[in-house]
Design a protein around this ligand. Sequence first.
Ligand code: FES
Ligand SMILES: [Fe+2]
Length: 459
Amino acid sequence: MAELNILRTRSVSAELEQRLSGVETDLNDGLVPAWVFGNDPELYALERERLFPRVWSFIGHVSEIPEPGDHVIRYIGEDSFIFIRSSDGEIRLLFNACRHRGNQICTVERGNSKAFQCPYHGWTYANTGELTTAPAIDDVLGGIDRGEWGLLAVTRLEQYRGLYFACLDPDAPSLAEYMGDAAYYLDIFFGLFDDLEVLGPPQRATWPTTWKAGFDGFGDDYHLITLHRSLFEIGALAVPPAANILGHHIITGHGHNITISIAPSDEIAYWGYPAEMIARYSTKHLDDFQIDLMKRSRVLVGTLFPNFSYLVFPITVDPKIPAVPLAQIRMWLPRGDGRMEAWVWNLIPASASAEFREKSHLIAIRTFGSGGVFDQDDGLAGHGINRTSSSVIGRSMKLNYQSGFAIGTAEQIEDWPGPGAATSHRYEENAYRYTFRQWVRFLRDDAYPELIPAPRKLA
Ligand code: FES
Ligand SMILES: [Fe+2]
């Protein structure tokens, strides 16, 4: 089988190299230069070649391709791949390009296929990726080594709790090493159910901003009380605005971060899941502290560097109707310089009742779907940031990420029982300093960059 790996080609202009080295200096002061969020063709080209092929990118959930032949189109950066369960039962990730002239081989977003025939000259590949036949094959291609000319397959495809990730860099660490301590917190939700499945295909929406605005906004709980205040006003969020700050921001290293809202009372625990579902939680993957966090958790939001996020929390759109928990996974996919697609998958345990499934899906679509209230608000803020950061004056601004660092009351919890550096409330911004530090390493380092560990002491 032909294997796919990346070429490392791009060199960085002296001007951009100087700016990138300045980011590290700014981060030491709790600042992020605004141009990071702006339109910048050279920076974007560098991200496409140095960042996305080298990180572990989320590809899909195992439940999206349950049957042999099932496939969906997925992306690493902007490059298109076929995520498929082949007829031999193996899950593969095949580069979506014919080996003859490179035409796209799969032109539908999802389907079930035993084979793919290229629409251009008809080269035909089995769903394992092997070249099987072509029109007039003996006359035109007599002597071709079919084993050599199959679709390019990504060799580094690994899964964790049903979440598939891929990496194109042979020098990258394993997925487990890349995730590091972030897996401990991901397990608090993803380790609970053995039967999580997606509710339909992902919703997608284009946002007029950089993909970085996605991860930046998703770990930021501070904006809820202003940007999303209408949701507080209608009683959609089952907690008063003043209590939204309660909980922790956790830096696990490697650019990942997690925020956990801890309910001010016992009223909302286990993210609001009903008792019969809590009874089905399996805690076999969890230690006592993880179980304690799960019990007290109202909201769990995590981001795996650079562009995969997840979310679990209860919400309603009518305060007369009790809040229902939703669970989501997200991707912030680059779609050109200054444009991204927000992808949203809703998740449900297969064993959930039909009534719960319907309620959870409905509330997720109304609030955190592509047309949901949250996403409409967030897309607007993302666009505002992008406009400023692309403007002549704005791109020279330094943005303030100092909460919990130079200003504010957030402090590191010294005796935190879990891995990583945890803070005393959720509105702290140190986490981004470590995320952007990791981002700069990927862009600057020719060799595989160091995965930066969580700080022992926030400073
Ligand atoms: S490009 Fe696919 S068969 Fe020619
Ligand atoms: Fe938001």
